[in-house]
Design a protein around this ligand. Sequence first.
Ligand SMILES: O=P(O)(O)O[C@@H]1[C@@H](OP(=O)(O)O)[C@H](OP(=O)(O)O)[C@H](O)[C@H](OP(=O)(O)O)[C@H]1OP(=O)(O)O
Ligand SMILES: Nc1ncnc2c1ncn2[C@@H]1O[C@H](COP(=O)(O)OP(=O)(O)O)[C@@H](O)[C@H]1O
Ligand SMILES: [Mg+2]
Ligand SMILES: [Mg+2]
Length: 356
Amino acid sequence: MTENDKRPSMVIGYWMSDRKSQKLNWIEFGKVCRQHGYELVKLDLDKPLENQGPFAVILHKLTEIIARNDEKAIQIIDRIERYIKDHPKVLIIDPLDSVRTLLDRYKTYNVVLNTTLNNIDVFTPTFVEILSTNVKDNIKKLKNAGVTFPFICKPFVAQGTTYCHQMSVIFNERGVADCKPPCVAQSFINHNAILYKLYVVGDHYQMVERPSLKNFYASNDDRDTITFDSHSVSKSDSSSELSVLDPSESAKGSSIDPIKLHSIVKTLGSYLNMSLYGVDVVVENDTNRHAIIDINAYPGYDGFPDFFGKLIDCVMSRRAQSVCSKAYFEDSGFDTSDSSDEKKSRAKLNSINQYN
Ligand SMILES: O=P(O)(O)O[C@@H]1[C@@H](OP(=O)(O)O)[C@H](OP(=O)(O)O)[C@H](O)[C@H](OP(=O)(O)O)[C@H]1OP(=O)(O)O
Ligand SMILES: Nc1ncnc2c1ncn2[C@@H]1O[C@H](COP(=O)(O)OP(=O)(O)O)[C@@H](O)[C@H]1O
Ligand SMILES: [Mg+2]
Ligand SMILES: [Mg+2]
């Protein structure tokens, strides 16, 4: 009998950085898993996964490896993707293609743009990708796209690198030279320095309030670009001077609309095909429109009550869904290991779900 034969049938293979598992106190999740009949096993990314499973679920935060994109990282991701392809019954939280979309801010904003959220005054501020250092061309591009001053420049890569949270606020044409391509330029939305973070775990979500950037206004060529690291502004313990409203401005609170938050979660979950994600929302002063400014794969969940309880619940309900849909389509003669059939089956399932 080998080590693997002794294991219970339901193993959750997981990977995240040691830093993240320590922060989450991940050992406790092992206990929760055992109470629900699962065993939690950390993946050894340097070895074939075949010898480490069999896995019922793969749960991961691989953003930093996907974003690294060097030879070794590519090899690791290839190995994982091959395993997933060869074992179509393994549930993956979350699919790597969905995570890749969220690693690219430009793609992410386009996803939001194409949802129906606009109908309920939830929007993504006007944005454009900046790929060149040619200031004249960039000014033209910004104008054509309708990006207005001030705007915020964000690195293309959204997560998993040291530079991806380095941003700048640009006030005038002179400042356009400070854009560091490849980046996304996005109109700045004044929101009285309050950020709402929506943390999502499957069907559960929680909103927490965080500090954010103060209101900014366009300024003729006299105002210099502000550069900042977002992690020094919008963490629960941040106290940046960039969050202090000017004395002339009243700190009237914006009113967050719980129905809008609910719609954001219900809508984005299916568009993104993600179970573990976070959405940053700001409420525009005066209009009260809700702007989605950032979406993060597997965020920090700081302040999320009973995170592990909700996580195991999410794993179990996603498994139930995927077992049911696979069984249904195997009965109907679909080859669920064939990705084109998988797409067809998903489309069919979606149409069935509309009637349930
Ligand atoms: O560690 P935290 O709590 O700051 O979590 C980070 C998230 O913060 P949040 O929970 O939204 O306040 C953070 O969200 P923001 O982009 O800061 O809004 C990222 O998701 C970050 O991921 P990565 O390290 O860039 O891959 C997250 O970092 P990881 O810990 O997941 O690496
Ligand atoms: N369009 C915007 N308008 C106003 N403030 C913004 C906008 N986009 C980002 N911010 C501010 O910048 C911070 C970082 O931006 P975000 O897109 O969330 O990047 P990160 O992935 O680094 O968290 C936010 O927490 C918010 O304070
Ligand atoms: Mg953010
Ligand atoms: Mg982010």
